[in-house]
Design a protein around this ligand. Structure first.
Ligand code: CO8
Length: 258
């Protein structure tokens, strides 16, 4: 499919999706969100893709929902714009691993989309924020929920109430991102992480993702039971056999996603 607001490139089992509205700092309008959802769902269905990377430009991952597009909407209109509400639910339904590579601003909906990915690798110039309060509204795509789960109540309240930005160092310290790398090395480091994931058994990678995500939804005892059952289920795969045999034979495993 031909996209106008994103650039999609599939190479060596990695699907790289680049948000591409440079004049608006990658603000998320309906078109971009629609194209992003289609690209993610296509990557999930594409057998040659084993990991997805979502990124923006050096200046902005995404500076939030498109304020120009949103500003004149009535309650009825904003209430009926399913793409806003659905976007991060649909991202959660993608079963392949997704890494967000964040450089520059990840604000409002931009921060929320990054948080809906499986983990965030931040450039040292990254800035995260939920500044919706400055516009007379609040976060609407997970910024009051996922941010609180990631960094705890005090910092989430601070960011949602004052609208202040969190820099990369604070985001790292607070657990919002998995690591911080020099801005110039962001894509190299992210693609290296994506390649590592792409080398694993896709069945195991999907299952690991499913198990971690369950921890947000269910109590610990239930989550541990789910994890145990998922662990058991992997013993029905050829990849488990191959992974363990390869270890014992001191060679690289050749996973076949079976
Ligand atoms: N929407 C539309 N256009 C934007 C946005 C945005 N979110 N952010 C930046 N732009 C545009 C600017 O208007 C400007 O365009 P132009 O050149 O035509 O005037 C261009 O991008 C460059 O921006 P600036 O000149 O402002 O660049 P600066 O470097 O001076 O500042 C900032 C960068 C700090 C990122 C600044 O642009 C800014 O504060 N942007 C807005 C950030 C924000 O408030 N984000 C939250 C938006 S609301 C939201 O995300 C809610 C999501 C939930 C919806 C769920 C509904 C169910």
């Amino acid at each position: 499919m031909a996209y106008e607001t994103i650039i999609v490139d599939v190479e060596d089992h990695i699907c790289l999706i680049k948000l591409n509205r440079p004049d608006a700092l990658n603000a998320l309008n309906q078109q971009l969100l629609g194209e992003l959802m289609t690209a993610l769902e296509e990557a999930d269905a594409n057998d040659s893709v084993r990991c997805i990377v979502l990124t923006g430009s050096e200046k902005a991952f995404a500076a939030g929902a498109d304020i120009k597009e949103m500003s004149t909407m009535s309650f009825a209109e904003v209430n009926s714009v399913n793409l806003f509400a659905d976007a991060n639910v649909r991202i959660m339904q993608i079963r392949k691993p997704i890494i967000a590579a964040v450089s520059g601003y990840a604000l409002g909906g931009g921060c929320e989309i990054a948080m809906a990915c499986d983990f965030i690798i931040a450039a040292d110039n990254a800035k995260f924020g939920q500044p919706e309060i400055n516009l007379g509204v609040i976060a609407g795509m997970g910024g009051s929920q996922r941010l609180t789960l990631a960094v705890g109540k005090s910092k989430a309240m601070d960011m949602n109430l004052t609208g202040r930005f969190m820099d990369a160092e604070e985001a790292d310290r607070s657990g919002l991102v998995s690591r911080v790398v020099p801005a110039k090395k962001l894509m190299e480091e992210t693609m290296s992480a994506a390649n590592k994931i792409a080398e694993k058994s896709l069945i195991a990678a999907r299952t690991a993702k499913e198990a971690v995500n369950r921890s947000f939804e269910v109590p610990l005892t239930e989550g541990l039971l789910v994890e145990r059952r998922l662990f058991h289920s992997l013993f029905a795969t050829e990849d488990q056999n191959e992974g363990m045999e390869a270890f014992l034979e001191k060679r690289e495993a050749q996973f076949r996603d079976r």
